[in-house]
Design a protein around this ligand. Structure first.
Ligand SMILES: O=c1ccn([C@@H]2O[C@H](COP(=O)(O)OP(=O)(O)O[C@H]3O[C@@H](CO)[C@H](O)[C@H]3O)[C@@H](O)[C@H]2O)c(=O)[nH]1
Ligand SMILES: [Mn+2]
Length: 362
């Protein structure tokens, strides 16, 4: 009997930011091999990244990013995993899964390998419930449903834009927490997927993340981080806060919980503290900004929402630090670059990327 075609095989790209050889793919081969990979090589572009045989991929290094985006490449971070968002921009697929190269296949309590990609796809393909919390968690999962008192008029749910997975072993802690709890490991496997309620922000981690690129792609800008910037390790957080405000405005859902991956390596907490330092103070003002952010009803596309948000960032956050003026401008550049690489309607003909990625493997 012919093997089943993997779910969304030709509709999903796997985006991996990296500074090292991608041996970790060997463990993911059973789950990832059928899919196309977009590898975003950070750091020194002259370094050769080895990719195991048998994977279909395209690889972009900094020279490629500069060649493809020209001056707009300034919005893509350098020497920070935030560079991964370039992969979202160049993809032509409806769905994206992004994973760090120190994340491996985890096992569920029965000892079975977890196909994280398959669970993310299930999360994305069924609705979310941002407008009314279901106390039995995801009502669309086998063995669950809406509980008594859940309005029948709301049981269709909302389209799911983001699936936020979690991590066993090394938890995604900030540097201060990691410094005081260096040996803490996450051993708790919680068998739940839940929708983050409308009006509630959350700390989005880019380590094990999937999203519907058609629904929310332009909001997944990972900001200006790393080299030359006063902040790092707030790339995914920034994208998550912008994305949640826009999802709430557009009536889209974000889920968190399963699947788990095995996060194998803790990065250096002292290095991380230097990267996070400003963010730890700034977020005390950034969060109230996003909590209060509203978008006008004329904003009906992600791009329109994002551009309106960028104006508010410059108006209301620049008092914290001039960095937010730069970030607000970079948010505009990101949208311009996104629309240039992803033309719709009459500007389709304008597309002329000099040539494709430096390296591809079919
Ligand atoms: O300069 C860099 C450093 C790393 N990368 C690639 O990015 C990911 C994450 O790197 P790493 O696992 O070393 O970092 P963590 O602290 O565990 O990552 C957490 O911080 C978040 C980002 O700020 C990240 O999403 C979290 O998982 C790896 O694939 C590295 O190869 C890079 O591209 N450039
Ligand atoms: Mn890591």
């Amino acid at each position: 009997m012919a093997a089943a075609t993997p779910l969304l095989k030709d509709e999903l790209d796997i985006v991996i930011p990296t500074i090292r050889n991608l041996d970790f793919l060997e463990m993911w081969r059973p789950f990832f091999q059928p899919y196309h990979l977009i590898i975003v090589q950070d750091g020194d572009p002259s370094k050769i990244i080895k990719v195991p045989e048998g994977f279909d991929y395209e690889l972009y290094n900094r020279n490629d990013i500069n060649r493809i985006l020209g001056p707009k490449a300034s919005c893509i971070s350098f020497k920070d995993s935030a560079c991964r968002c370039f992969g979202y921009m160049v993809s032509k697929k409806k769905y994206i899964y992004t994973i760090d190269d120190d994340c491996f296949v985890a096992k569920d309590p029965s000892g079975k390998d977890i196909n994280a990609l398959e669970q993310h796809i299930k999360n994305l393909l069924c609705p979310s419930t941002p407008h009314f919390f279901n106390t039995l968690y995801d009502p669309y999962r086998d063995g669950a449903d809406f509980v008594r008192g859940y309005p029948f008029s709301m049981r269709e749910g909302a389209p799911t834009a983001v699936s936020h997975g979690l991590w066993l072993n090394i938890p995604d802690y900030d540097a201060p927490t990691q410094l005081v709890k260096p040996h803490e490991r996450n051993t708790r496997y919680v068998d739940a997927v839940m929708t983050i309620p409308k009006g509630t922000l959350f700390p989005m981690c880019g380590m094990n993340l999937a999203f519907d690129r058609d629904l929310i792609g332009p909001a997944m800008y990972f900001g200006l981080m790393g080299d030359g910037q006063p902040i790092g390790r707030y790339d995914d957080m920034w994208a998550g806060w912008c994305t949640k405000v826009i999802c709430d405005h557009l009536g889209l859902g974000i889920k968190t919980g399963l699947p788990y991956i095995w996060h194998s390596k803790a990065s250096n907490p002292f290095v991380n503290l230097k990267k996070e330092y400003n963010g730890i103070f700034w977020q005390e003002e950034i969060i109230p900004f996003f909590q209060a952010a509203t978008l006008s009803k004329e904003c009906t596309t992600v791009q329109q929402c994002y551009l309106e948000l960028s104006k508010q960032v410059k108006e209301k956050l620049s008092k914290i630090d001039p960095y937010f003026t730069k970030l607000g401008d970079a948010m505009v550049t990101w949208i311009e670059a996104w629309d240039e690489l992803n033309p719709t309607g009459d500007n389709l003909a304008k597309l002329s990327i000099a040539d494709g990625p430096a390296k591809t493997k079919k």
